[in-house]
Design a protein around this ligand. Structure first.
Ligand code: 0O2
Length: 202
């Protein structure tokens, strides 16, 4: 095995992953105490593997260097936060932008404006005070399920059936799941409203 593409940055990167995990756990507890509900279903933080990062450099026509891996490509450190409901995604986003010692470099709302293939998620690029980038993906359980299955199928290269049909069917599934997310949010809102009505009348 050759040298890591991240060179001697790897220790600091691991520290950032740990720190972000702690911050998210802290936020989760704070929101649970303040709002009485846990906005996070599950989350994971990772450093992109050496091989995936090298592959991404090649895919983007970049040399396989530390500079490309840490400065040009901004998802060497990645966090995926999976929320139960749509509103939770935006609640988490609003808390993340307030994190101390972190600046928000970019935000892409692929929920309000889904990718043409149906992919949905809220993407953020953060930067630590010492210049490391972190990609945050916020999504609902439905969006996560779709992305995982679509990712799985991307690697099934020897498809002999109609790929156009597959693309269209995947898009249809993404749109159906999105509509279910909207319905589930509406149901949750109804439950919350009836709970607060009960509190007023009792
Ligand atoms: P991996 O292996 O999951 O990390 P970028 O790809 O970051 O150079 P861009 O357009 O700025 O370019 O990023 P974008 O579109 O915000 O997407 C970055 C990441 O989002 C991807 O990282 C995927 O994890 C996820 N993603 C984006 N589009 C799709 C999609 O159509 N399907 C699925 N399943 N995931 C998607 P990587 O490095 O491509 O992949």
């Amino acid at each position: 095995m050759g040298n890591s593409i991240y060179g001697n940055h790897i220790n600091r990167m691991e520290e950032i992953v740990k720190n972000m995990q702690d911050r998210i756990a802290g936020l989760r507890e704070k929101i649970l105490n303040e709002q009485g509900m846990d906005p996070i279903e599950h989350y994971l933080a990772r450093i992109k593997s050496d091989e995936s990062m090298r592959e991404k450099c090649r895919r983007n026509g970049l040399p396989e260097t530390e500079e490309s891996a840490l400065k040009e490509i901004k998802d060497a450190i990645g966090i995926r936060i999976v929320c139960a409901f749509l509103d939770d995604v935006y609640i988490m986003r609003d808390y993340i932008i307030q994190m101390p010692d972190i600046s928000v470099i970019q935000e892409k709302d692929y929920i309000r404006k889904a990718k043409p293939n149906g992919y949905r998620s809220y993407h953020m690029i953060l930067q630590t005070f010492d210049g490391y980038y972190i990609e945050v993906q916020l999504r609902t359980i439905s969006m996560d399920t779709w992305a995982a299955l679509e990712h799985h199928m991307k690697y099934k290269k020897n498809l002999t059936c109609d790929t156009e049909l597959i693309v269209a069917e995947l898009k249809r599934c993404a749109d159906e799941l999105a509509s279910t997310d909207v319905s589930m949010q509406a149901i949750k809102n109804l439950i919350m409203e009836s709970e607060s009505d009960e509190n007023i009348t009792s």
